[in-house]
Design a protein around this ligand. Structure first.
Ligand SMILES: Nc1ncnc2c1ncn2[C@@H]1O[C@H](COP(=O)(O)OP(=O)(O)O)[C@@H](O)[C@H]1O
Ligand SMILES: O=c1ccn([C@@H]2O[C@H](COP(=O)(O)OP(=O)(O)O)[C@@H](O)[C@H]2O)c(=O)[nH]1
Length: 238
């Protein structure tokens, strides 16, 4: 076993990342690549929890934007995260990694419901646990779900694998000369209103003293490199 920088982690994968080059849905090639990264991290001795967003399939705000009921939209968004979790746990199982999806909204015919006790047991048995349906409540995001589960599971870090390679002074997709941070505090991210993760998630991680590591999910072996103390990422810690 290597001496890892973070032993128990929560990996947040954005739903959009799973689209690959498609404009919607799940690209199985991307799922398999991310699953490989998880497999390698686990082989190093990391204990891995996963939260996947739903933005590749559905976001609740899109219903509200058309005058519909936001709560119904959010229910649809949470169901999208369940689909992504099932795709990822399936890919992990297919490569011989024991993985179990746990949902915040009961659907016993499909997967086990989340309890902290049950999730810890699965993790201690060496399985990858995937948390589906976010927090289980409307008006939240999977970033908040990720911070919540990271706190509940006693994770050493919340690793946000996203489309960009860290936190910048402004959205790098809109402001090409934005400056990238290697490190920044939770308080400064909140103060500057940096949008890479929602404020509720950052505040929850700050309260629970959990560092957030923002890195590109598209960088093969990026996760492993960070666990080994290298890699390209922004580390948020106080
Ligand atoms: N200050 C910033 N630093 C980095 N990325 C930012 C920043 N502001 C906005 N973004 C954008 O935030 C996106 C990631 O946030 P979000 O869409 O919530 O991701 P996810 O779908 O992974 O939850 C990035 O793709 C980036 O374009
Ligand atoms: O605790 C939660 C988590 C997610 N969602 C819904 O699920 C959608 C997909 O999640 P998110 O936008 O966080 O996905 P990502 O941007 O990470 O792909 C959100 O837009 C919400 O509609 C929710 O209502 N409560």
């Amino acid at each position: 076993m290597e001496n890892l920088k973070y032993k128990r982690i929560l990996l947040k994968v954005s739903g959009e990342a799973l689209m690959g080059d498609q404009s919607f849905g799940i690209d199985q090639k991307v799922v398999a690549r991310v699953a490989q990264d998880i497999q390698k991290a686990q082989a190093l001795g990391a204990e891995i929890c996963v939260v996947i967003g739903g933005g590749n399939i559905f976001r609740g705000v899109s219903v509200a934007a058309q005058g519909g009921d936001r709560v119904v939209g959010d229910h649809m968004g949470m169901l999208a995260t369940v689909m992504n979790c099932l795709a990822m746990s399936n890919a992990l199982n297919a490569m011989g990694v024991a993985a179990v999806p746990l949902t915040a909204i009961a659907m016993p015919e499909i997967c086990e419901s989340f309890t902290q006790r049950g999730a810890k047991r699965h993790l201690e048995e060496g399985k990858v646990v995937l948390f589906a349906a976010g927090t289980g409540n409307p008006f939240f995001t999977t970033d908040s779900g990720a911070a919540l589960r990271a706190a509940e599971m006693g994770c050493d870090a919340l690793m946000k694998g996203t489309q960009v390679d860290g936190i910048y002074s402004a959205d790098p997709k809109k402001v090409p000369d934005a400056v990238r941070y290697d490190t920044i505090s939770h308080a400064e991210v909140l103060k500057q209103g940096l949008k890479v993760m929602d404020a509720a998630a950052i505040a929850l991680a700050q309260d629970s003293n959990i560092p957030i590591i923002v890195f590109s999910i598209h960088e093969p072996d990026g996760l492993v490199a960070i666990l080994q103390g290298g890699g390209r990422a922004t580390v948020v810690s106080d």
